[in-house]
Design a protein around this ligand. Structure first.
Ligand code: FAD
Ligand code: SIN
Length: 485
């Protein structure tokens, strides 16, 4: 059987694409673990949108300024101009954003936004509420524990996918259109905010097949995660906290961010993350997020989940300050797409959401533009594919379908070394010599008999390192330390 669509991923991008594809079409949605194990589910702060038509130009400008003007301007315009209609469509279909005392939509502010334009749901559980809504609207089949390990590509046509369904079993599925919505790359860094399902395998497949990856050096580090746990996945302390009054201090209560940028804690995310990194390395002082501007009842109502999470960890918010550090958060770079969300040079392969690089975020993503990107570009991918109505003849896929080994015994150790290498050498501050050494190490690992999933992650890491080596000057999130003379 040939599906009309295969969608890889059940986050906001994949599920919104599925929502917009009519029930009459045969659609297969694949996801690695359970449907809700994705970054979307963990999103806290909210979803950015132009507040009204008069705000579109400012939203565009804020996105470009945060992105160091490295963004694709056309893509940014598409994002902002479509935001009002896309948000209205979600609300009309039953998604409930938080309202203010007057019963109007409540907009909050986050760093580098020139005004309050971020919608949120259930306080600080925007991702969870949006994901639950999209799942409740899903009329197509979702296959869980399906880990895509190859794309069936020949002559610029994607015929479908191959995927693991267990440690040893694989399946193949064919489709007229394939939509990649597999998210970012978080698990290849030692410390990150991401879901454990997110490890960049599909970007690795694209690298292997010679499909274009773009801006892979542009990796975003969130400035404020809770520092006190030993897990790789760190608890996020949303930027909306700073947007509404939380601030960063050292252990002597000195508010040092203003020494780095006139906007202090509300400077663009790359600036704040780098300032924390630099201040800590210079002073060795511990760094905290302080909430003492907040009134208790308001705080607990506005940020109920952060309150509960930190309560579990032994902190009584808003009365106590919390130790923080930056951690890997988001991939601006990814699979290069055109303005129709189509993968470059491909006839029927789309990439949307964090997996894609549409150019919308430039060198540094403006807070809360990612959920919006997922909604806007999934709609564009569905409209474009319906209009083009491309059909494959699956008999034309004559290449041999290889069988892969999912994991090998040596994988665990190499995986841990990979994460450490990326955190130590390809994170907030980079040095050319260390990037080159890391690349050599990754190339050595690629020659070992590793399992298929690790092999793909190594290819993704390699593409990040090569892109970082190629960009000699700092730009946005890519900060390269000058050589000492
Ligand atoms: P995801 O939601 O990550 O979904 C990816 C899907 O792909 C998953 O279903 C996964 O199982 C599947 N998948 C991955 N690999 C494979 C494979 N090999 N085979 C099969 N399936 C695969 N952005 C905002 O705009 N606002 C916020 O407030 C915000 N807060 C955030 C908070 C946290 C803690 C994090 C981690 C991110 C936050 N972001 C926020 C970023 C945003 O949540 C993500 O960029 C966005 O949700 C990505 O959506 P997506 O659909 O592209 O991917
Ligand atoms: C946050 O809530 O701080 C995350 C927002 C984002 O990543 O856009």
């Amino acid at each position: 059987m040939v599906y009309d669509y295969i969608i890889i991923g059940s986050g906001i991008a994949g599920l919104n694409a599925a929502r917009l594809i009519p029930k009459s079409k045969k659609v297969l949605i694949l996801c690695k673990k359970s449907p809700w194990e994705c970054n979307t589910f963990y999103a806290q702060g909210g979803i950015a949108t132009a507040v009204d038509d008069t705000d579109i130009s400012d939203h565009i400008q804020d996105t470009l300024t945060a992105g160091a003007n490295y963004n694709d301007k056309e893509a940014v315009e598409v994002l902002s101009k479509n935001s009002l209609e896309c948000i209205k469509d979600l609300i009309d279909n039953g998604l409930e954003f938080d309202l203010n005392d007057k019963g109007e939509l409540a907009f909050t502010k986050e760093a580098a936004h020139s005004r309050s334009r971020i919608l949120h749901a259930d306080g600080d559980a925007t991702g969870r509420m949006m994901h639950l809504f999209l799942l409740s609207q899903c009329k197509h089949d979702i296959e869980t524990n399906a880990v895509v390990n190859d794309l069936l590509i020949k002559d610029d046509i994607c015929y479908g996918v191959q995927y693991f369904v267990s440690e040893t079993e694989e399946k193949t599925a064919y489709a007229h259109n394939t939509i990649i919505a597999s998210g970012g790359i978080g698990s290849i860094y030692k410390y990150h905010t991401n879901s454990t399902a997110i490890a960049g395998e599909i970007q690795g497949i694209c690298a292997e097949k010679g499909l274009a990856l773009k801006d892979m050096e542009m990796m975003q580090f969130h400035p404020t995660v809770f520092k006190g746990t030993s897990f790789a996945r760190k608890t996020l302390l949303s930027e909306a906290l700073r947007g509404e009054g939380a601030y960063i201090v050292d252990e002597n209560n000195y508010r040092f961010l203003f020494d780095y940028h006139k906007d202090g804690e509300l400077a663009p995310r790359d600036v704040v993350a780098r300032a924390i990194f630099d201040y800590f390395h210079k002073t060795k002082l511990l760094i905290y997020l302080s909430f003492d501007n907040f009134e208790k009842t308001f705080f607990r109502k506005r940020f109920p989940n952060i309150y509960a999470n930190l309560d579990d960890l032994g902190y009584d918010l808003p009365f106590e300050k919390v130790p923080i550090s930056p951690a890997f958060h988001y991939a601006m770079g990814g699979i290069q797409t055109d303005i129709n969300a189509k993968v470059l040079k491909m006839k029927n392969l789309y990439a949307i959401g964090e997996a894609a690089c549409s150019g919308v975020h430039g060198a540094n993503r403006l807070a809360s533009n990612s959920l919006l990107e997922g909604i806007v570009f999934s709609k564009i991918a569905v409209s474009n594919s319906m209009e083009e109505n491309f059909k494959i003849s699956y008999e034309n896929y004559t290449s041999i379908i290889k069988s892969y080994v999912r994991n090998q015994n040596i994988d665990k150790d190499i995986k841990n070394i990979l994460r450490k290498i990326m955190w130590d050498n390809a994170a907030i501050v980079r040095e050319e010599s260390k990037l080159n050494d890391s690349l050599k190490q990754i190339e050595t690992f690629l020659k070992e008999d590793v399992g298929r999933l690790l092999f793909l992650r190594l290819l993704t890491a390699k593409s990040i390192l090569i892109a970082a080596i190629d960009r000699k000057k700092s730009l946005g999130a890519h900060f390269i330390k000058e050589k000492q003379c």
